[in-house]
Design a protein around this ligand. Structure first.
Ligand SMILES: [Fe+2]
Ligand SMILES: [Fe+2]
Length: 164
């Protein structure tokens, strides 16, 4: 049993996760278009992860006999100014999502909703990973700078995401 307020906050989070998925799919398309198949693959993997996050919350709502409701998903930015811009935007976006998860944890605490609080801890941990993954690529891209061969090498590495 969760409150109506928690129900609607979790539904808003489903929308954010689906928007995240949509944003990463847009980044995947843009990376492919700009000649970075590895980054396109990396963003597509990320897209799938975000869909799973949305589903996790969807399933939790149903388990709690609450109503999962789906709102319109905002149109994502379609074009970025190269790899560094894409990954910097990914990192910026993940920080927003982290803040949103923290607000949910705060609400669970305020409502003494121990079940939701426990459920949300997975997302707290996941966000640490999400930010670290995006930051890792941003850092590498900054080290590479304008070196084309470095970007091509990194693109090859990112294309192997999910293989290890
Ligand atoms: Fe997510
Ligand atoms: Fe994410």
């Amino acid at each position: 049993m969760i409150s109506k307020k928690m129900e609607s906050a979790l539904n808003a989070q489903i929308n954010k996760e689906l928007y995240s998925a949509y944003l990463y799919l847009a980044m995947s398309a843009d990376s492919a278009d700009k000649g970075f198949p590895g980054m396109s693959h990396w963003f597509k993997k990320q897209y799938h992860e975000e869909l799973e996050h949305a589903e996790k919350i969807f399933d939790y709502l149903i388990q709690q006999n609450a109503r999962a409701s789906l709102e319109a998903i905002e149109k994502p930015t379609a074009s970025f100014n190269g790899p560094l811009d894409s990954f910097e935007n990914a990192l910026k976006h993940e920080k927003l999502v982290t803040a949103s998860i923290y607000a949910l944890v705060d609400l669970a605490q305020a409502e003494k909703d121990h079940a939701s609080h426990s459920f949300l801890q997975w997302f707290v941990d996941e966000q640490v990973e999400e930010e670290a993954n995006a930051l890792d690529v941003v850092t590498k891209l900054k080290m590479i700078g304008d070196g084309n061969s470095g970007v091509v090498y990194l693109d090859g590495k990112l294309g192997k995401r999910g293989d290890d």
